[in-house]
Design a protein around this ligand. Structure first.
Ligand code: MF3
Ligand code: CO
Ligand code: CO
Length: 270
């Protein structure tokens, strides 16, 4: 490798913050709080509720019960405290009082909290009432992709191995993988290095090391992988073909011999 390639590569490496055991204590607290918000909101995700109401409930819980900060609020101008992405919305859906959930909808609720200066980021798909089996299958396979990706995490693997685990399982089930949005390093900063792509080739890309903390948050589409960003609000990302999309997210810490899921919910069967 020549000097400029080396500089680029080392620059990239140096930009991946490694957490010490004290940082890790804070990351565990933040992750646990983010997971608890999903448990809190679950019973409220029913036909007839608006995504604006879900946002208010989460905001109140985070600020008043958890004494924490909802990270999305005012982040690069985002106007609400959580993201709610319904049906063909891939991610970054803005909660609103006019968006009423109805029987058969699928909705991703994405929670990021800041506690003691550290971030925890996690999202879950919720089925509203009775959901058609094709939608349930998309939701299930997307969660399986997340789980398979987490299970490969250990020091010495590459980010390509993580992306590959997702791409392989998603595409084997005839879904497409969104490429424009990815997982990310997380800590004192919401989105830091590295970028965690949800597709890739084994044994390629940045090496994973103990002390890294990052999210894995695959987005799978029923139809094409192509996306459209709303010109109206500048945030809402939808599938180009308006077919369904699903996403699940966890914040992960790389340990000496594997991983720790910082946002694992107590009732979650991993
Ligand atoms: N929580 C999202 C993620 O997983 C980011 C939301 S940024 C916002 O990275 F501004 F849209 F809230
Ligand atoms: Co998130
Ligand atoms: Co994230």
């Amino acid at each position: 490798m020549n000097a400029s390639t080396f500089l680029k590569a080392s620059h990239k490496l140096m930009n991946i913050p490694i957490k010490n055991s004290e940082d890790m204590v804070h990351m565990r607290v933040a992750g646990k709080l983010a997971a608890e918000v999903l448990d809190m909101i679950r019973p409220h995700v029913v036909p007839g509720v608006s995504t604006g109401e879900l946002d208010r409930l989460c905001h109140q819980h985070i600020v008043e019960e958890q004494k924490a900060i909802p990270a999305p609020l005012n982040y690069n101008g985002f106007p609400k405290s959580i993201c709610t992405s319904v049906n063909h919305v891939i991610c970054h859906g803005i909660p609103s009082n006019g968006r009423i959930l109805k029987n058969g909808d699928i909705v991703n609720i994405d929670i990021t909290v800041i506690k003691n200066g550290f971030h925890g980021d996690t999202s879950e798909m919720f089925c509203v009432g009775e959901v058609p089996s094709h939608a349930k299958r998309l939701v299930r396979i997307t969660q399986e992709c997340l789980y398979r990706a987490i299970k490969v995490v250990q020091p010495g693997i590459t980010l390509g191995d993580i992306g590959h685990a997702i791409q392989e399982h998603g595409e084997a089930n005839n879904y497409s993988i969104v490429r424009e949005y990815c997982g990310h390093g997380i800590g004192r900063i919401f989105h830091e290095q590295p970028q965690v792509l949800h597709y890739g080739k084994p044994d390629t890309g940045t090496k994973v090391a103990e002390g890294m903390t990052f999210t894995i948050e695959p987005m799978l589409n029923a139809g094409t992988r192509f996306t459209k960003l709303s010109k109206k609000d500048g945030w809402t990302v939808t599938t180009k073909d308006r077919r369904l999309s699903a996403q699940w997210e966890h914040t992960i810490a790389v340990t000496g011999d594997g991983y720790e899921i910082l946002t694992l919910r107590p009732d979650e069967h991993f």
